[in-house]
Design a protein. Structure first.
Length: 179
């Protein structure tokens, strides 16, 4: 019996040691990992609050939550060889109806050393709003991306895989489903 308990403890210890030593953020679109980046910033949201004061209640205030505002996400120092990802970025400059057509649900994934998803952020209805490339070099076969900035309409956070959620927009509500 003591051996069985010891094995259980070893399992817990091994699970705790399953951590990331070098962060790399992977971008998944349509169930495919399309690019990787060494830096990700701006994953945040803020909920607006409305404060009301009641007459005669001088020692309290009432707070009602309003709309959520999402900050733009900037991915830095990335590489990709996925032409679908590059086409998505460049088509935004060519399409006439780019407001609806070019949006995608984008998963930003962080893996541990064992290759398991530690954290997943799904940007709902994401669209590229800025793209900057580094100095071009002839000795590589992947396309380097210095910075890619994405605006998005919603955020879903999970500790499991993102799943490459497809983007479905209901025209009536203009809302992207997160599946």
């Amino acid at each position: 019996m003591a051996d069985n308990n010891n094995n259980g403890n070893n399992s817990n210890i091994l699970h705790e040691l399953n951590y990331v030593t070098t962060n790399r953020f992977y971008v998944e679109i349509d169930s495919t990992i399309a690019a990787s980046f060494t830096e990700c910033s701006g994953l945040s949201f803020q909920i607006k609050k409305n404060v009301f004061y009641e007459g005669g209640v001088n020692d309290q205030q009432r707070i009602y939550l309003g709309h959520a505002e999402f900050a733009d996400v900037t991915l830095k120092r990335g590489i990709t060889d996925h032409f679908g990802f590059l086409n998505w970025i460049t088509q935004i400059f060519e399409e006439k109806n780019k407001d609806i057509i070019m949006r995608r649900n984008v998963n930003i994934l962080l893996f541990n050393q064992a290759g398991e998803t530690m954290m997943s952020w799904t940007l709902i209805g994401a669209i590229p709003i800025a793209w900057k490339t580094p100095a071009l070099q002839a000795d590589g076969n992947a396309v380097a991306i210095e910075e890619l900035t994405l605006a998005y309409e919603g955020l879903k956070i999970a500790q499991e895989g993102g799943g490459g959620n497809p983007t479905q927009r209901e025209i009536k509500s203009r809302f992207f489903q997160s599946n």
